[in-house]
Design a protein around this ligand. Structure first.
Ligand code: B12
Length: 231
């Protein structure tokens, strides 16, 4: 059985996805030690919704964000369950924060022990932009991600991406309402804190999301203004 056949079976028709396969040995937190490889799925976000949030998020973006999260979580858990039933150890990681992720470590760092973007760069889908987002070759940052870890080599891996391809472009830096981006270009040795202020970003997400509804945290301007993937 080819793992890619199982993956494709769970994708929804009429939607665009990117699929990547990565070798993650020595890159995962100890709790994921039984797995050394990862499948990452990027769901292309609908252009009209993303185009419309160039100066701030709205209810359509919030609804898309929620529905894509549900869709990706279902896809990943379907793939993981089917692989499990075929004797492949698999573990799906949710697209977004869950209640159990919100602990003291997260509050202090705004970091989880698992990065979908890292799986995506290792799978060759794109680079980390000045925005901190994964910028894919096909759809720019206009994708939401989910991953499934597996315990066996995926021999159809593309070359990992090691450096940014943003060049002189700084649309996201100029338009970030939180001034959270320094403009420094990423490579695999760059720590997030060197170019991205996650706390300032979250604060602005609180403020802008709060205009849509109580407790909503959302922005997305950096997704919208990136020229890669914009048509
Ligand atoms: C916590 C979180 C936040 C926090 C902190 C953001 C951040 N960038 O860390 C806050 C609340 C601020 C936030 C905001 C947003 N978020 Co958010 N967030 C997350 C979450 C849940 C965890 C991220 C995390 O722990 N980061 C820790 C740091 C250290 O890792 P990282 O930044 O993910 O990745 C770094 C490393 O992996 C490293 N790296 C990459 N490749 C490699 C390879 C090697 C070998 C090595 C060593 C390192 C390395 O470089 C990366 C960049 O610094 C992820 C889901 C997930 N589990 O991945 C979504 C996620 C990052 N968020 C996402 C989005 C879309 C947003 C928002 C646009 C909100 C919105 N929906 O409107 C904003 C944009 C923020 C921005 N410009 O980055 C998407 C990004 C999609 C994309 N195209 O990149 C994700 C992946 C969710 C998803 N399922 O798609 N978010």
């Amino acid at each position: 059985m080819r793992i890619s056949e199982t993956v494709e079976k769970y994708l929804r028709s009429g939607r665009d996805y990117l699929i990547g396969y990565a070798d993650l040995r020595n890159l995962l937190a100890p709790k994921y030690a039984p797995y050394g490889y990862g499948i990452v799925i990027g769901r292309r976000l609908d252009d009209p919704v993303i185009d419309a949030i160039e100066s701030g998020p709205n209810a359509d973006y919030y609804n898309l964000y929620r529905s894509v999260n549900t869709e990706l979580a279902e896809i990943a858990s379907g793939i993981s369950a089917e692989l499990g039933s075929k004797g492949i150890k698999a573990f799906d990681i949710r697209p977004s924060l869950t209640a159990k992720d919100r602990n003291e470590h997260f509050d202090q760092t705004l970091s989880l022990d698992f990065s979908h973007k890292m799986v995506a760069t290792r799978a060759g889908l794109g680079w980390i932009g000045k925005s901190g987002l994964l910028v894919t070759y096909e759809y720019g940052p206009r994708v939401r991600l989910v991953s499934v870890l597996v315990d066996r080599p995926l021999d159809y891996c593309r070359e990992p991406v090691l450096t940014s391809e943003c060049g002189a472009c700084d649309q996201c830096v100029q338009n970030c309402p939180a001034k959270a981006l320094s403009g420094k270009e990423w490579d695999i040795t760059t720590k997030r804190e060197e170019f991205f202020d996650a706390f300032a970003c979250r604060e602005k997400c609180r403020e802008l999301g709060g205009l849509i509804g109580e407790g909503i945290r959302l922005c997305g301007i950096c997704v919208s203004v990136c020229p890669v993937g914009k048509h």
